[in-house]
Design a protein around this ligand. Structure first.
Ligand code: ADP
Ligand code: MG
Length: 313
């Protein structure tokens, strides 16, 4: 029986440059098409680290070069731009791949806004580094003029840091839901979605980045999906990762996963958000399961032959 699956694509599904992405998405489309051919209803979300980084750096350079004509581009606009061109490449690659298999489906990218809570603790503690490295003098100017915050990034220099609040509500959810129910393929919540906050006079973009693993989890929950599949650069989740005691896991119950999280087994910023998202999804409804596996192993994973599955028991 076909399942409803939200697939969260990681950095390795998209590559790091414009030409690399155009090439890499062909393989990504194969993996996704495999699930469509198997009769599953798929909804795609994706990360955007290198892409939004490129756009933000380009827009910042343009502003520096000609501040009179080009103002500094808000981060929410950079995220929206990245959803556009990543969606374009995914739409095209997936259409080509499905047509090869004789499947004709409408594939659409939804520019997605995700509401965050302005009182989220993340706003008090910006943690996500973005953009180019800057000198202390440059940072000082931007602190004063724009209220930006900066931090040392893993000993490599100073970078701007922005908050990474939790997703609360997907504004375009009803459009996504209708298209999915109609059997169409939707790409949504790219880069975690464009973060917005609701103020007295309406919604506004905010200088933040939502984690794509958490946004994908929210999307899967809201769409009443059976599966949340997080595709990344490792086939399974490990405990004691990168040590001589490393052990690959085929399955984690929610309780086990929560124990390992407490125990610090998963790296913050990479595997931790995935396991947290998987746990949240498995807990959110009866029979819901999450799977973390390698992009190329999506189909084998859903058949229960590889990857790390996270379920209530
Ligand atoms: P993505 O772009 O898919 O979100 P990330 O780099 O953010 O990818 O996260 C995936 C990476 O997490 C893996 O490639 C792996 O190097 C790393 N990782 C950290 N801790 C673990 C762990 N305990 N088990 C497996 N992989 C881990
Ligand atoms: Mg990641």
């Amino acid at each position: 029986m076909g399942k409803r699956i939200v697939i969260a694509l990681g950095g390795n599904a998209l590559g790091k440059t414009i030409s690399e992405q155009a090439e890499v998405v062909k393989g990504t489309a194969k993996a996704v098409a495999g699930l469509v051919r198997a009769g599953h209803q798929v909804v795609i979300s994706h990360g955007n680290g290198p892409q939004v980084g490129m756009i933000q750096k380009a827009m910042t350079a343009l502003h520096k070069q000609d501040p009179e004509h080009y103002e500094l581009c808000p981060l929410s606009v950079c995220t929206a731009m990245s959803q556009g061109y990543i969606g374009l490449d995914l739409q095209r690659a997936l259409r080509n791949e499905l047509e090869k298999c004789g499947i004709s489906k409408s594939i659409t990218t939804i520019l997605t806004q995700v509401e965050v809570n302005p009182n989220d603790d993340a706003f008090k503690n910006p943690s996500k580094p973005i953009g180019a490295y800057v000198t202390e003098a440059e940072a000082e100017v931007l602190r004063k003029e724009r209220g930006f915050e900066f931090a040392e990034d893993a000993g490599r220099g100073i970078r701007r840091v922005v908050p990474s609040p939790k997703p609360q509500q997907i504004l375009e959810l009803e459009s996504i839901r209708k298209m999915v129910e109609d059997g169409q393929i939707v790409i949504a919540c790219g880069g975690g979605g464009v973060p917005v906050v609701k103020e007295e006079d309406g919604y506004f973009g905010t200088e933040a980045i939502i984690d794509k693993d958490f946004a994908s989890e929210k999307l899967a929950e809201e769409l009443n999906a059976d599966y949340l599949i997080i595709l990344t650069a490792v086939e399974k989740v490990a405990i004691f990762y990168g040590t001589p005691r490393q052990k690959w896991l085929e399955h984690m119950s929610v309780r086990e996963a929560e124990f390992y999280i407490e125990d610090g087994q998963f790296a913050p910023g990479s595997m931790l958000p995935k396991v947290e998202a998987a746990v949240a999804f498995a807990k959110s409804g009866h029979g819901r399961k999450a799977l973390i596996t390698l992009l190329e192993k999506a189909e084998e994973g859903i058949e229960g032959r590889t990857g790390t599955e996270i379920s209530m028991v």
